[in-house]
Design a protein around this ligand. Structure first.
Ligand code: ADP
Ligand code: MG
Length: 570
């Protein structure tokens, strides 16, 4: 068969260059990535075989096998899972679909030290390409279940890869790495050593639900050769395959939880928070959820995949199970394992199942209460959480009325009270002045734009705290949330704002009436001149420095909201 040579997509090439020059210090993780891919491929095959009787696939004895060869200096990770068609190989291995890649690469270029670069790689994860941290050549042999021809892909990671069609490939995928010579000589990085392999699998992949077997080493040519050496001749299973969520809390280490998180999320960093939930009773399930430490680049893009997997009695059923988590918590990753669902459960069934709806509610509440605990027990971690996910969580104020209070409790906002530290609504209310009835805010494009707004003047002069809302979603939710703790949320840019005590108000009123008379002529003239553009012209007590400002009626849409509506074509 003829061999064809292809070029890697530009982004893929740049990533590969980084892998070849190993900017990531913990090289061992390449094996975790290959095993993770093999495990996914086995999950997919099992499901496809279950759903499609016509699929001529072998779904018996599904497992992952690792084989090392010291003489040849190779390491192979093999699975008998779903495999890839030729087109899939080109698509999945030759290009990078992640839409955040370009941005990521740009940031990486700007990263000023290796630690920063490593942090970025960690956030992004590079999956299959991480093989090139330890290999100078990688060969992938694959055949998609149900197809007759296989594909061999080979590359040294330097710009091009070659592809040929093969007729005798077994079902599934095997990835063979020709290890870099300098590594095999260093005991620390000798990936042909069974001990090294065992250690890595134990550390990173113990919970994988498929057996990971280590093939016996091929007999060395210079061995005594009389058959008496007692090295094991049977493949040895390296992982315990125990579902972490089903094991008692005190038997599982944080590191073990974190590795499961990395497998599910394809993130290389530890999660920010681990959440466990065991529901007993008529509908029994276990959940192990994670809040990532970083928002992924595509969180706001259409087609973002939610990260909660559904298992039924330890068997993987589906990825990205949106029935389990509301959209405003779409960054949560993890596993939910239900005892009493059918293995054939479909999306349609899940959507109608009342027990799933209850589970969904309970999980959402659990995530929110965890964030609330984080706020009091670990303010720094909460600050990270809010910086990364606050914008998403606030969407819930528009969609989840049942949890509105709980969501408001975990929100925080920039404030005029302290330029460096955001405030919660609770703290704001505690600081409210005598006679202040409302929670005041101003929404705008940036903190600076808001602070420079003439609307702020009177509030600044009176020392009244104003929340500074700069996320696009803020404009929308503030209009739909009637109050917090009985206090209305009021924009300082809308209508009349009354500041001060009753006495002060009365005084201001008489003052204004006096001025009103004094300036009546001017006001009428101005109204005439501006009648095309404004509804009214009146005297204001809200300005201290600026001569004039434009306000909207209490029930009018604000200029920023007008922009949003315009953008939506309304
Ligand atoms: P990710 O796993 O995050 O998608 P990878 O770089 O690890 O990224 O893998 C890219 C894609 O290649 C996978 O999504 C999968 O579709 C395909 N792939 C990789 N390894 C295998 C395998 N062993 N069997 C089948 N498909 C695979
Ligand atoms: Mg992967």
């Amino acid at each position: 068969m003829s061999t064809e040579t292809f070029e890697f997509q530009v982004e893929a090439r740049q990533l590969l260059q980084m892998m070849i020059h190993s900017i990531y210090s913990n090289k061992d993780v390449f094996l975790r990535e290959l095993v993770s891919n093999a495990s996914d491929a086995l999950d997919k095959l099992r499901l496809e075989a279950l759903r499609d009787d016509a699929l001529r696939a072998d779904a018996s004895d599904l497992h992952i096998e690792i084989e090392t060869d010291k003489q040849a200096r190779t390491l192979t990770v093999r699975d008998n899972g779903i495999g890839m068609s030729r087109d899939e190989v080109v698509q999945l291995i030759g290009t990078i679909a992640n839409s955040g890649t370009a941005k990521f690469l740009q940031q990486l270029k700007e990263a000023d030290n290796t630690a920063a670069a490593e942090g970025l790689i960690g956030q992004f994860g590079v999956g299959f390409y991480s093989s090139f941290m330890v290999a100078d050549e990688v060969t992938l042999l694959t055949r998609r279940a149900g197809e007759s021809q296989g594909t061999r892909w080979t590359s040294s990671g330097e710009g091009t890869y070659s592809i040929e069609t093969v007729t005798d490939a077994p079902q599934g995928t095997s990835v063979t790495l020709r290890l870099k010579p300098e590594d095999t000589e260093d005991r620390l990085y000798d990936y042909t050593s069974p001990w090294k392999i065992k250690e890595i699998i134990k550390r990173y992949s113990d919970f994988i639900t498929w057996p990971i077997k280590l093939a016996p080493q091929p007999a060395a040519e210079d061995a005594s050769g009389d058959g008496t050496d007692d090295a094991p001749r049977e493949p040895e299973t390296l992982n315990s395959m125990k579902a972490l969520w089903a094991r008692p809390r005190d038997e599982v280490t944080d590191d073990e939880y974190h590795e499961l998180y990395k497998h599910i999320s394809h993130d290389w960093n530890d999660p920010l928070e681990t959440i466990r939930l065991q529901a007993e009773g008529t509908f029994e399930y276990q959940a192990l959820l994670f809040i990532p430490a970083h928002a992924s680049q595509d969180l706001f893009l259409q087609g973002y995949k939610r990260g909660v997997q559904l298992y039924v009695k330890r068997v993987f059923i589906m990825d990205d199970c949106e029935e389990l988590m509301p959209p405003y918590l779409r960054f949560v990753k993890g596993v939910v394992d239900a005892q009493d669902l059918s293995l054939n459960v479909s999306r349609e069934i899940l959507q109608q199942d009342r027990r799933i709806q209850l589970m969904h509610r309970r999980l959402a509440k659990k995530v929110l209460s965890t964030v609330k605990d984080m706020m009091s027990n670990n303010p720094e971690r909460y600050a990270t959480f809010w910086r990364e996910f606050g914008r998403v969580v606030k969407e819930g104020l528009l969609s989840d009325f049942e949890n509105r209070e709980a969501i408001l409790e975990v929100c925080s906002f920039a404030t005029t009270h302290d330029a460096d530290k955001p405030t919660t609504l609770r703290e704001y209310v505690e600081r409210m002045k005598d006679g202040q009835e409302h929670i005041f805010y101003l929404a705008g494009e940036s903190r600076q734009a808001i602070e420079n707004s003439p609307h702020m003047e009177a509030f600044r002069a009176k020392g009244i705290e104003v929340l500074l809302l700069t996320d696009p979603v803020d404009e929308v939710w503030v209009d739909s949330v009637p109050d917090y703790d009985g206090k209305q949320l009021r924009s300082v840019a809308k209508g009349e704002v009354d500041l001060g005590t009753e006495d002060e108000k009365k005084e201001a009123e008489t003052e204004r009436e006096k001025h009103q008379k004094e300036y009546a002529g001017l006001l009428t003239w101005m109204k005439d001149q501006l009648s095309e553009n404004v509804k009214d012209v009146r005297l204001s007590s809200r300005l201290t420095v600026s001569p004039a400002c434009i306000v909207s009626d209490t029930h009018d849409v604000t200029p920023a909201l007008e922009n949003i509506y315009r953008a939506m074509g309304q």
